[in-house]
Write a protein that binds this ligand. Structure first.
Ligand code: ADP
Ligand code: MG
Length: 293
C-alpha cells in the first residue's frame, strides 16, 4: 500500500499543478542530481513566429510559404503550426504522401513535385548544392537565436523561413532555483542547430549545450548523464523527446505544450507548463524521503 506521506506529497503536488503519476516518482525526483532540458516548447514557449521569409532564384516569398504550408498542414510540430498560420491568407493545397521525420523535417508531394522542408542537414541529404548567400544569411539569423527552415522543390532550393521563439519568462529564475537546490548539472538537449541553441542557452543561464540531436541522441545524452549522476531528470514536450523522457530516471512533460506521446511517456506532468514547479517538485520529493526514513 502507498505510504500516507507519499499520498500527501502527491496531493500537495497536484494542488500546485504538478501531476505525479505514482508515488515512486515522487521519491525519485528528490534524488535528482542532473537535469536535461529540451529547448523548443520547454525552455521556450514554442509559440513560434515567422520573422523572415527568404526566396531565391525565380521563387517568390509566397511560393516558399505555400510549398512549406502544403506539407506542414499535416504536422503537429510548432514549426509547422507557425508556417501554416503565416500562410493563412495564401492559396495553397495540402500535399500528399507527407512524411514527417522527427528532428529533421518533412517531405511530400505538392502539385506533382517533391517538396522538402527542414533543417539544412536534412536538405543536404537530398540536395548537394546549396546557395552560398543563403547559407551565410541563415548562419547570421541562427546567431540571433532564430531557427532557419529550408524549403526545396524538385531538387532546387526555393528559399528559407526564419522562425523566432520566445524564451519562457520564468526560465531564468527556474534554472537559478534549481542550482540553488544543489542540482549538480543542468544541460540543454535540442534538435535545433548549435548556433540557435547556444543563443537560447546563454539567455537562460545554461552553459552545457548538446545541439543537432536526433531523438535517439537525446536518449544517449540522458544515459551518459546517468552514468555520472545516477538520477537524472529530463524535461520535454515533443514526440522527439519521448525516448529521452522514457530513459530518464524522472521524465517531466509540459502539460499544455506537450504532445500526447510526451505526456504518456513522462512520470511527472507540469500542468500549467510552469518551469519553476520543477524545483517545487524536487523539494516535495526530498521531503517525502526524509519523512519515510
Ligand atoms: P527541438 O529539440 O528544439 O524541440 P526538434 O528535434 O523537434 O527540435 O527539431 C529539430 C530541427 O529539425 C528543427 O529546428 C527544424 O530545423 C527541423 N524540423 C523538425 N521538424 C520539422 C518540421 N515539421 N518542419 C520543418 N523543420 C522541422
Ligand atoms: Mg520541444
Amino acid at each position: 500500500a502507498i505510504m500516507p506521506t507519499l499520498l500527501s506529497g502527491i496531493a500537495n503536488g497536484a494542488r500546485q499543478g504538478i501531476l505525479f503519476k505514482n508515488g515512486a516518482q515522487l521519491e525519485k525526483i528528490g534524488k535528482v542530481r542532473a537535469i536535461a532540458f529540451d529547448k523548443t516548447g520547454t525552455l521556450t514557449t514554442g509559440q513560434l513566429q515567422i520573422s523572415q521569409v527568404i526566396a531565391v532564384s525565380e521563387y517568390s516569398q509566397a511560393d516558399v510559404l505555400k510549398a512549406a504550408a502544403a506539407l506542414e498542414s499535416s504536422s503537429e510540430h510548432p514549426i509547422g503550426k507557425a508556417i501554416v498560420q503565416a500562410a493563412n491568407d495564401l492559396d495553397w493545397v495540402r500535399g500528399v504522401e507527407v512524411q514527417a521525420i522527427p528532428g529533421q523535417g518533412i517531405t511530400g508531394i505538392v502539385n506533382n513535385q517533391k517538396v522538402i522542408v527542414g533543417k539544412v542537414a536534412f536538405i543536404q541529404q537530398h540536395l548537394t548544392q546549396l546557395p552560398e548567400e543563403l547559407l551565410d544569411l541563415a548562419q547570421s539569423l541562427e546567431q540571433e537565436g532564430k531557427t532557419v527552415v529550408w524549403v526545396a522543390q524538385a531538387e532546387q532550393v526555393m528559399g528559407a523561413i526564419a522562425i523566432a521563439d520566445t524564451i519562457r519568462t520564468e526560465a531564468v529564475a527556474s534554472i537559478t532555483r534549481l542550482r540553488k537546490l544543489g542540482i549538480a548539472e543542468i544541460v540543454m538537449i535540442t534538435g535545433d542547430n548549435q548556433r540557435t541553441a547556444d543563443s537560447v542557452a546563454q539567455a537562460v543561464g545554461i552553459s552545457r549545450v548538446y545541439a543537432e540531436l536526433l531523438p535517439e541522441d537525446k536518449l544517449d545524452v540522458i544515459r551518459s548523464l546517468q552514468k555520472q549522476y545516477q538520477t537524472v531528470a529530463m524535461v520535454g514536450d515533443g514526440i522527439n523527446d519521448a525516448p529521452a523522457l522514457a530513459q530518464a530516471s524522472v521524465g517531466i512533460a509540459m502539460g499544455v505544450a506537450g504532445s500526447d506521446v510526451a505526456l504518456e511517456t513522462a512520470d511527472v506532468v507540469l500542468m500549467a507548463d510552469k518551469l519553476e514547479k520543477i524545483a517545487t517538485a524536487i523539494k516535495l520529493g526530498r521531503r517525502s524521503q526524509s519523512i519515510v526514513k
